[in-house]
Design a protein around this ligand. Structure first.
Ligand code: AHN
Ligand code: ZN
Length: 339
């Protein structure tokens, strides 16, 4: 072959084609089919949105439940926390582990850890995604009073939100939107006052997020908005407009519910008023002033307003429906890839 022709035309042409193909898929996306590209209001094409892998999310839920109840100050809690930290370290660009000792309503001092996985930590346009990873020490809503002091598996109440977010973290390790994401797993959300105890102190819940809100992993931390996932894996889940979300972040509620509806998940994401739930998002809204919504399963047909096995020993793997994880995961992914 003519050497000049090769070095001046053919080789540069091959090189150019190679560079273009790499640039269009900057992290190689192997294994996950990209289902579509989202388009912004101005018409420019964005980074392709990966498909939420529901089997993978389900596996992340199973894995947490297999440790046993994740009650602060127990070996199971410690082991699951180590696994969560390892998992985030595999997926995220930077991982922060926030250790604290907090006092529970009954005087117990809890050794807790909040885990923060950051993607594009240098980007100052950010979205916060969070869930609690601990489980309740007492099944105080169990129909059998003999279980009222037994810890729960928390497959739905705890593991479901973390499972969905770990799957999102796994996808972000391959392909990211042009915005920074922080995934936070809060500890000690579910150590709130036992139901048999007289008088209610609202601030006994969400101890990990109260701590983070007062002392975030970066002192100047801010985000455009946040989404909390709580109990996002049950059969027949219904996500209604939660009260504090509507008070502090109504625009985010509308955005998320509209995207869910467009994706065909209108039977889960109902345009209907829910109650005000004291949860991790309350403290981020009131202490840090970041608008955070709560995607939480609220029911009209149970006495407590949550899914039927809430705070019972039956909150185990059988309570999980992969279709619910799929609806929530796909919706949240689209929200972050469209921002
Ligand atoms: C109260 O019952 C006050 N808050 C419920 C928050 C929660 C518990 N989410 C999951 N478990
Ligand atoms: Zn709970």
């Amino acid at each position: 072959m003519n050497l000049k022709l090769f070095s001046y035309i053919i080789f540069p042409a091959i090189f150019l084609v190679f560079m273009i193909s790499c640039g269009s898929n900057r992290s190689g996306n192997a294994g996950d089919t990209t289902s579509r590209s989202s388009t912004s209001e101005s018409g420019e094409t964005r980074v392709p949105m990966p498909a939420f892998n529901t089997d993978s999310a389900y596996h992340f839920v199973e894995k947490q439940v297999a440790f046993g109840p994740r009650v602060p100050n127990t070996a199971e809690h410690e082991a699951c926390g180590d696994w969560l930290q390892n998992s985030l370290e595999r997926f995220a660009d930077t991982v922060y582990v926030q250790h604290a000792r907090v006092r529970a309503w009954d005087g117990t001092v809890l050794n807790i850890r909040n885990f923060i996985g950051s993607f594009q930590p240098e980007n100052n346009r950010r979205i916060l995604l969070c869930a609690h990873w601990d489980t309740r020490p007492w099944a105080d809503h169990d129909p059998d009073p003999a279980n009222h002091f037994s810890p729960i598996d928390g497959a739905n109440d705890g593991a479901s939100g973390v499972g969905v977010l770990l799957e999102i973290a796994r996808l972000l390790s391959k392909n990211q939107p042009d915005i920074g994401i922080d995934i936070i797993f809060f500890d000690a959300e579910d150590y709130g006052q036992h139901d048999q105890r007289q008088g209610i102190d609202r601030d006994t819940w969400a101890l990990g997020s109260q701590h983070w809100s007062r002392t975030p992993h970066r002192p100047d931390y801010n985000a455009r908005f946040g989404i909390l996932l709580d109990m996002v894996g049950a059969h027949n889940a219904t996500f209604r407009h939660e009260g504090y979300s509507m008070l502090y972040a109504p625009h985010i509620v509308r955005k998320v519910w509209q995207i869910a509806r467009q994706e065909g998940f209108g039977h889960y994401f109902i345009n209907d008023e829910g109650g005000h739930i004291m949860d991790d998002h309350y403290y981020i809204n009131t202490i840090r002033n970041i608008p955070v919504i709560n995607i939480i399963d609220q029911r009209r047909d149970t006495p407590h307003g949550f899914f039927p096995y809430w705070h019972t020993v039956n909150d185990k793997m059988d309570a999980i429906d992969p279709n619910t994880l799929h609806a929530v995961g796909t919706t949240v992914l689209r929200v972050i890839f469209e921002e």
